[in-house]
Design a protein around this ligand. Structure first.
Ligand code: ZN
Length: 321
């Protein structure tokens, strides 16, 4: 009997990227850090904000400025050597608004009217954005030797652009967390930044959270079932071994967070630059404690009542058993 030649894997030459989706304050920084401890996996943090953070010389999670961090310097060298259009660490690309921290009003308005970025920014600009990111990811793989890259940006606009690129093998890892905890954390951040609109902030935070949940739903629908995995932050922190097993099955390779017996994760491979303030602030620590998720922080009876009254309006991102 002769064996039929193996079917060539159509995804073999694609750059595999695990894109973490979900609302901010869902624990994506910790998840990326944990994933980055597995052999062959490199956590890049919120790549969508890298250019701006680099430009502003923000601090890396390892405790040095991004420009001085040996990890990012190695990647910068790889970028400089790559003879391809890629992230330029400038903000000149036409599709750059996709990565803006605060989306400009005209783009928000277009999106609210149902117009896709493809229409607003132009198909060519979006393809250019995706190509540059693919080349960036390829240069990072070259520099780090990693097989899989983790991008925790979470925005739907970026995921949609990356999903359009035939050279990127996009995996969506959808992170869920108790919506009340996410709402309370977001509201706390909003209150710290804006004291003038205080009475309106719970409602504004609810509107923002709805948009973030809509983004999560959009991300989940970008890929087929084999490229989608959902994970609850509460499960990750309560039973990390099960999360490792689940992710290993999904990715077809062993995933280990490097947990110690006292439930600490090493952070020596962590070079994120945005996300969890508590993780980034604690750059001198060698590990991050994996504690069971905290209950929602107190936010006052008015905000709690508003959230519980409107909770049903949040879109439902898919979950898996
Ligand atoms: Zn660093």
């Amino acid at each position: 009997m002769t064996l039929a030649p193996a079917e060539p894997d159509p995804d073999a030459n694609k750059v595999p990227v695990i894109y973490v989706a979900g609302a901010p304050f869902s624990g994506s920084t910790l998840l990326g850090l944990a994933l980055g401890n597995s052999d062959g996996i490199c956590d890049l943090g919120e790549v969508g904000f890298l250019e701006r953070m680099w430009h502003d010389q923000r601090m890396c999670g390892c405790g040095t400025a991004l420009g001085d961090c040996p990890f990012w310097a190695g990647i910068r060298t790889a970028l400089d050597q790559a003879d391809k259009p890629l992230l330029t660490l400038q903000t000149s690309q036409p599709a750059h608004p996709i990565d803006a921290k605060n989306t400009r009003f005209s783009l928000k308005l277009m999106r609210a009217m149902g117009l896709r970025d493809q229409t607003t920014l132009g198909r060519a600009a979006l393809q250019d954005y995706a190509t540059r990111n693919r080349h960036f990811f390829a240069a990072v793989r070259e520099a780090t030797g990693a097989v899989l890259l983790v991008d925790t940006t979470k925005t739907a606009a970026r995921a949609i652009a990356l999903a359009r690129d035939p050279g990127i093998d996009l995996h969506i890892l959808l992170l869920h967390r108790d919506p009340e905890a996410v709402f309370a954390a977001g509201l706390s951040r909003m209150r710290a930044r804006n004291r003038v609109l205080a009475p309106l902030l719970p409602l504004l935070q609810m509107i923002k959270l709805r948009r973030q949940y809509r983004d999560a739903v959009k991300c989940a629908h970008l890929v087929g079932p084999d490229r989608l995995c959902t994970l609850h932050y509460e499960d990750l922190t309560r039973d990390p071994a099960s999360a490792e097993t689940r992710l290993s099955h999904w990715l077809g390779r062993p995933i280990t967070f490097g947990l110690s017996k006292d439930r600490h994760i090493p952070r020596d491979r962590y070079h994120g630059f945005t996300g969890s303030r508590s993780i980034n602030r604690d750059a001198g620590a060698k590990t991050v404690a994996l504690r069971p998720a905290d209950p929602p922080r107190p936010m006052g009876w008015g905000a709690t009542a508003l959230f519980r009254a409107l909770r049903w309006t949040l879109p439902h991102p898919p979950t898996q058993p």
